[in-house]
Design a binder for this molecule. Structure first.
Ligand SMILES: NC(=O)c1ccc[n+]([C@@H]2O[C@H](COP(=O)([O-])OP(=O)(O)OC[C@H]3O[C@@H](n4cnc5c(N)ncnc54)[C@H](OP(=O)(O)O)[C@@H]3O)[C@@H](O)[C@H]2O)c1
Length: 412
C-alpha cells in the first residue's frame, strides 16, 4: 500500500484502513523493520512459531533483453515507482532531464508511471508525495511521452478506470495513430469485442481519436502530449554517447489467433529516457526454494514445495511470490484464503516450537540489536506523517529515510 500504489490513487490507498483494523484487532503481533535472512532465519522461525507464510511479493522488474537496454537513461518501472513512493532504500533523486520519454508496456504499471511522468507536479501536491519527489517532478522538462504496446488496442492489460484517468490529466493531449485501429482482426472482433472491459476501453480510445480530430481543426493544443503506439514491438534502444537516444520498434500485425506477426517495417522514435513496465519478478529468499523461470516460490495452493515437488512442512506462500505478479490487491484475498485453508488442514505437520513465551521473539530481536517496530510504532509514524501534512494543508507527508522512520516509530 505504501510503496506499490501510486500517490494519486487515494481510493486504492484507502485499503490501508482495512489492514489497520486487522492489525489493531489484538490477534496479530506486528514486527516491522525485520529482514528475513538477515535479522532472523528459518531456524529462528521454527524455534518460535508453528508455521510461516511468506508473502514477500515481487519487487524487481522482469528483464527485457534487447540491445542497448543497459544504456544511461534506461530505467525499470519498479525503481521509478520506489522513488516516487518514497521507498527508503532507493536514492532520493531521480534524473528527470528528458523532453521525450518512452514507456514500454500496456499494463497498469505502465499507466502509473506514465501519469507520474506527464502530470504537472503541482497537481500531485495534494497527495502524499514526499518533498524530494515533488521537487524532482517540478523540474521535469517532459513534453512528449510515448507509450508502446506490442499488440493492439483491444489486447491491452489496462483496466478501464485507469485508462480513462489517463485522458483526464490536465494539460495533456492524448495522441493516437489511426493506423493502429485499422487492422482486420478476426480474433479481436469475435472474442475480445464481447469482453465488457475491452468494450469500455475501446469507447475511451474512440473518444480520444475524436478529440484529436477536433483539436486538429481548432488548433488548440495542450503543452504536453501522450502518444500511444500499438502494434509496436521493441527491437533495440538507440544509444548515442552511452545514453538513450531513441527506441527502434518493429510494427506488428494480428495473426488472427490473439498473437502477432512481424511485418519487417521498422521505425525509430527519438527519446532521451526509456522506462520498461513489462511486469514484475519475485526475489529468492534464504533457505527457501525458488523457481528462477517464473520468479515464484514453487508451491501447490500455497504449500511450499522443494525442487523435487515434495511439500516442505510448516512453510507456505501467498500473494505475488506464490502465483506471480498479476492481479489487483483484492485478488490477493482469495489467494490468502486458499493458503490459510491448506495451513489449517496441515495442523498435524506443523513445527513444534521450543520458545513460545510472549517475550521470546522480542527478546531475540533485542539480543541481536534489531531496531524493530511494533503496531504502536506504526501508529506513531502514521500520526507524525499526518501531522506534517496538516501543517502544509496536505493529506500526509511521507518520511523517507529509514533511520528517521525507525526513530519516530520507536519514539526515540
Ligand atoms: N489498479 C491499479 O491502479 C494498478 C496499478 C498497478 C498495477 N496493477 C496490477 O498489477 C499487476 C501487474 O501489472 P503490470 O503492468 O506490471 O503487468 P501486466 O498487467 O502483466 O502488463 C505487462 C505489459 O507488458 C507487456 N510486455 C511483457 N513483455 C514484453 C516485452 N518483451 N515487450 C513488450 N511488451 C511486453 C505485456 O504485453 P502482452 O500483453 O502482449 O504480454 C503487457 O502489456 C496487474 O494485474 C495490474 O492490473 C494495478
Amino acid at each position: 500500500m505504501r510503496y506499490g500504489v501510486s500517490p494519486d490513487h487515494p481510493r486504492i490507498k484507502g485499503i490501508i484502513t482495512a489492514l489497520r483494523d486487522v492489525l489493531d484487532s489484538g490477534q496479530i503481533r506486528y514486527f516491522g523493520n525485520v529482514r528475513y535472512g538477515q535479522d532472523i532465519t528459518l531456524a529462528d522461525l521454527k524455534t518460535h512459531y508453528h508455521a510461516v507464510i511468506f508473502s514477500t511479493g515481487a519487487i524487481r522488474d522482469a528483464a527485457l533483453t534487447i540491445p542497448g537496454i543497459e544504456a544511461d537513461g534506461s530505467y525499470g518501472a519498479a525503481d521509478f515507482v520506489s522513488w516516487f513512493d518514497g521507498h527508503p532504500d532507493v536514492p532520493r533523486t531521480w534524473p528527470l532531464e528528458a523532453a521525450e520519454v518512452g514507456v514500454i508496456g500496456n499494463g497498469n504499471v505502465a499507466l502509473d508511471i506514465s501519469r507520474m511522468l506527464i502530470k504537472h507536479a503541482d497537481d500531485l501536491l495534494p497527495t502524499e508525495i514526499p518533498d524530494n519527489v515533488y521537487q524532482g517532478l517540478k523540474a521535469n522538462p517532459i513534453q512528449d511521452l510515448h507509450l508502446f504496446g506490442r499488440r493492439g488496442p483491444k489486447y491491452v492489460k489496462f483496466t478501464p478506470l485507469e485508462l480513462r484517468e489517463l485522458g483526464e490529466v490536465r494539460d495533456v493531449d492524448m495522441v493516437l495513430d489511426e493506423r493502429d485501429f485499422a487492422h482486420d482482426d478476426a480474433y479481436a472482433d469475435e472474442t475480445l469485442a464481447k469482453n465488457k472491459q475491452v468494450l469500455v476501453m475501446t469507447r475511451v480510445m474512440d473518444k480520444w481519436l475524436q478529440d484529436q480530430r477536433e483539436r486538429e481543426e481548432s488548433g488548440k493544443h495542450a503543452s504536453r502530449r501522450l502518444h500511444m503506439h500499438f502494434w509496436s514491438k521493441p527491437i533495440e534502444v538507440v544509444v548515442e554517447d552511452g545514453r538513450v537516444a531513441g527506441l527502434k520498434i518493429e510494427r506488428t500485425a494480428p495473426d488472427g489467433d490473439g498473437g502477432v506477426i512481424d511485418t519487417g517495417e521498422f521505425e525509430v522514435i527519438p527519446m532521451q529516457a526509456l522506462y520498461r513496465a513489462i511486469g514484475y519478478f519475485g526475489s529468492p529468499l534464504d533457505e527457501i526454494p525458488f523457481d528462477e523461470t517464473a520468479g515464484v516460490i514453487p508451491n501447490s495452493q500455497g504449500r511450499v514445495l522443494d525442487l523435487e515437488g515434495h511439500q516442505i512442512p510448516g512453510v507456505y506462500a501467498t500473494g505475488w511470490i506464490k502465483r506471480g505478479p498479476v492481479g489487483l490487491i483484492g485478488h490477493t484475498k482469495s489467494d490468502a484464503m486458499e493458503t490459510l485453508e491448506c495451513l489449517l488442514e496441515d495442523r498435524a505437520q506443523w513445527w513444534e516450537p521450543e520458545a513460545t513465551e510472549t517475550d521470546a521473539m522480542p527478546a531475540l530481536l533485542r539480543s541481536r540489536e534489531v531496531p524493530y517496530t511494533t503496531i504502536e510504532g506504526w501508529h506513531r509514524l502514521d500520526a507524525h506523517e499526518l501531522g506534517l501534512g496538516e501543517a502544509e494543508g496536505r493529506t500526509r507527508i511521507k518520511v523517507v529515510p529509514r533511520d528517521d522512520m525507525t526513530r519516530i516509530a520507536r519514539g526515540e
